[in-house]
Ligand binder design. Structure first.
Ligand code: ATP
Ligand code: MG
Length: 227
């Protein structure tokens, strides 16, 4: 990407549709920014805002760090779950200034309700774990001195223990409703999750004057108590 391309375009914020988009709208509104359409309805991937110097791009949640890292977006909003996995591949690639405190949940270990997790977990034991979050899972079980056979999945992790693919899963839990519906229980918390703002390091230097007011607005809006 040439400097001319990046310098003349509006600031670009990458985020995923669904809960992160929905929960970002009030933060933008607090900064006086309205979004010109709803990506769920319009299916557009580039969305203008009431600020001519800011546009949004709609990408897969796990692709947000990639767009920001390469500078195709100046900033992005992604869950700590996603950022933690990305960081393992590329430590220090992204500047992470603000915890936006949105899309909050927990990364947990869960098993079938009839599985004796306490008996299965001891130093030197072996466990089959299915997850999208292989980095977090590897670190969690390594710290317990356990061997894990990690099985990488991309979705519907809850199914894995039910059909014998794995003993346990590592997945995000908010209300626990999905676990309960599938006769699973959370047995360990790995880390609390919320969404963070990430910023491209070059943009921070070359477009700092345009970026800073937006960063300040996000900072204020995310620190404010929920309405
Ligand atoms: P895709 O659905 O495209 O496979 P995804 O499942 O990662 O991707 P979402 O379900 O929209 O996408 O989740 C996006 C982010 O929202 C996650 O990375 C996580 O940080 C957060 N999140 C996921 N599930 C929950 C939840 N139940 N409660 C709160 N936040 C969540
Ligand atoms: Mg999802």
């Amino acid at each position: 990407m040439t400097d001319i391309q990046t310098a003349s375009r509006p600031l670009t914020l990458a985020l995923s549709k669904g809960r992160i988009f929905e929960e970002t709208l009030p933060l933008l509104a607090a900064a006086g920014i309205e979004v010109s359409e709803n990506p769920e309805k319009s299916r557009k991937l580039i969305i203008g805002t009431s600020d001519p110097n800011l546009r949004l791009i709609i990408v897969r949640a796990s692709d947000v760090p990639t767009y920001v890292q390469y500078g195709a977006a100046d900033l992005g909003i992604a869950g700590k779950d996603v950022l933690n996995e990305h960081q393992a591949q590329d430590p220090g690639g992204l500047y992470q200034p603000i915890d936006l405190n949105i899309a909050r949940c927990k990364l947990c270990v869960a098993v079938r309700a009839d599985f004796d997790y306490t008996a299965a977990v001891y130093q030197g034991a072996r466990l089959r774990v299915a997850t999208k979050y292989t980095q977090a899972a590897r670190e969690h079980f390594a710290a317990k001195g356990m061997y894990v056979d990690l099985i990488k999945l991309y979705g519907s992790m809850e199914l894995a223990p039910l059909v014998g693919l794995a003993d346990a899963i590592v997945d995000l839990v908010s209300t626990g409703g999905t676990l309960r519906a599938n006769n699973l229980v959370a047995v360990e918390d790995i880390m609390p999750i919320s969404s963070r703002l990430v910023v491209n390091r070059a943009s921070l230097k070359t477009r700092g004057a345009a970026l800073q007011p937006l960063l300040d607005a996000f900072e204020r809006a995310s620190a404010a108590p929920a309405p």
